[in-house]
Design a protein around this ligand. Structure first.
Ligand SMILES: NC(=O)c1ccc[n+]([C@@H]2O[C@H](COP(=O)([O-])OP(=O)(O)OC[C@H]3O[C@@H](n4cnc5c(N)ncnc54)[C@H](OP(=O)(O)O)[C@@H]3O)[C@@H](O)[C@H]2O)c1
Ligand SMILES: *[C@@H]1O[C@H](CO)[C@@H](O)[C@H](O)[C@H]1NC(C)=O
Ligand SMILES: *[C@@H]1O[C@H](CO)[C@@H](O)[C@H](O)[C@H]1NC(C)=O
Ligand SMILES: *[C@@H]1O[C@H](CO)[C@@H](O)[C@H](O)[C@H]1NC(C)=O
Length: 378
């Protein structure tokens, strides 16, 4: 490898001039140092610029381009709450807590309350109510500003088993009352057996009557149902109820938009809550890459998840996105009214393929029938 020495002029006898060598060496080092400094300075400036650019795009993504000139359409907001038959107000976006494992659900709830969520969707069967309750307490948000949902599990539908099950949830959540208590599934199991209680499954009225009693007792503010199809709702509301079901929590997402159930529920005054609104773990990626979702996100300068969550609220439902990732938790709270043409485009796309459910436990529960079958057993 040629070194600087080989290129040096030689004086007498071919021996390099040592002074000259040192001088050239010094100059060479200065030159290299200068280059290194110049390159580092350019890199620092570029990195700062990039960071600022990312920050402004994030802001742009989160707030729908508000404040940016002449680029996107001006988006207005969607209702932050709905009114329930009791007169209570229910926040339209909740943090879902299913599959948020112990050790991560607490920080998710804290991040959510910090970001401004006031509605937490939990259930006895999720096995994380204790950690959720602690995170709520630690947050310091006053109880009367929160809307907490829990759900009655299949094993406790018998009237005598309901209050103890509710008490267990209340204790874990560290609260005197829940704002909403749902019959989690229209399936009653005999306690401790996982064997179908056919009678109580076919006719949930005795379960409902006990829940009404617990409303009067002050342990529950609103009662509702979950995973009930139209036939089952009709069967329940065909009784002389003291309190109508305030909500029906069902699967609603791009792949399973259930337009008939939505219309029927609106016509009959039952608010729907959209569970697995992003398609749940298995389909969230697919849902967020739907071409229409992507196009609308680009056009409005919001994220694909914000498009989908906004669409749910604009359809007139409550929406329960689950995340344990603080940045997503924050992102998911920001809903916007999609311009009518874009809303219609997404609604049309959602019904232009055969519906596909993400969640149906009928087989794994060995029911011998489909829990969503409109015909069974009436
Ligand atoms: N009543 C019932 O029978 C029933 C049944 C199912 C669900 N639910 C309720 O509904 C809630 C939501 O349903 P779900 O948990 O099935 O599914 P989901 O909310 O549709 O999807 C959750 C998945 O989406 C990811 N995600 C969330 N926000 C995102 C974003 N902005 N960008 C990209 N990915 C994002 C989450 O990842 P990370 O968490 O890793 O961020 C997680 O993998 C449940 O937690 C539960 O409260 C009720
Ligand atoms: C954009 O929306 C804001 C808030 O809704 C409103 O005050 C403003 O007038 C709107 N601007 C335009 C150009 O429509
Ligand atoms: C609900 O269905 C069950 C089972 O078919 C039936 O016994 C009950 O009378 C029905 N209730 C109403 C109000 O229709
Ligand atoms: C949506 O579908 C309806 C009925 O097919 C159609 O009349 C309407 O033009 C469609 N809207 C959009 C934006 O694609």
């Amino acid at each position: 490898m040629p070194s600087v020495y080989q290129l040096l002029p030689t004086t007498d006898g071919g021996k390099p001039d040592e002074q000259l060598t040192r001088k050239i060496k010094r100059e060479k080092i200065k030159k290299i140092l200068f280059h290194v400094l110049a390159v580092s300075a350019i890199m620092v400036i570029a990195a700062q610029g990039l960071r600022a650019f990312i920050r402004s795009s994030e802001r742009f993504l989160q707030y729908g381009g508000k404040g940016c000139h002449g680029m996107q359409r001006n988006l207005s907001s969607l209702p932050s709450h709905y009114s329930l038959p009791s007169g209570d107000k229910i926040p339209s976006v909740a943090l879902g807590c299913w599959k948020s494992s112990p050790g991560e659900v607490g920080q998710a709830v804290k991040a959510a309350l910090n970001a401004g969520y006031r509605h937490i969707d939990d259930a006895w069967i999720y096995g994380n109510e204790k950690e959720v309750g602690k995170a709520i307490k630690d947050s310091g948000v006053p109880r009367d500003q929160l809307f907490i949902t829990s759900k009655l599990w299949n094993s406790f539908h018998a009237p005598e088993d309901i209050e103890p099950a509710l008490d267990e949830s209340l204790k874990a959540l560290d609260t005197e009352y829940v704002d909403m208590y749902l019959i989690h599934w229209p399936i009653a199991w005999k306690k401790d057996e996982n064997v179908l209680d056919k009678e109580l499954t076919a006719n949930p009225y005795p379960t409902w009557q006990k829940l009404e009693e617990l409303v009067d007792k002050g342990k529950i503010r609103n009662i509702g149902i979950s995973n009930f199809n139209i036939a089952r709702v009709k069967n329940l509301t065909g009784n002389a109820l003291k309190y109508q079901p305030a909500v029906n929590q069902v699967e609603l997402n791009f792949f399973n938009p259930q337009p008939e159930l939505l219309k029927w529920s609106k016509d009959n005054g039952i608010l729907l809550e959209a569970y697995s609104p992003l398609g749940s773990n298995d389909n969230v990626k697919k849902a967020l890459s739907v071409p229409e979702v992507q196009e609308i996100a680009t056009e409005l300068g919001i994220t694909p998840a914000q498009v989908v969550i906004s669409w749910h609220v604009q359809r007139g439902t409550i929406v329960l996105p689950k995340s344990v990732t603080p940045s997503r938790i924050e992102e998911n709270l920001h809903v916007f009214k999609l311009p009518d043409d874009l809303f219609e485009k997404l609604e049309n796309a959602s019904v232009s393929h055969p519906p596909q459910r993400t969640l149906n436990p009928s087989k794994s529960w060995n029911l011998g029938f489909d829990v969503f079958d409109e015909k069974w057993p009436f």
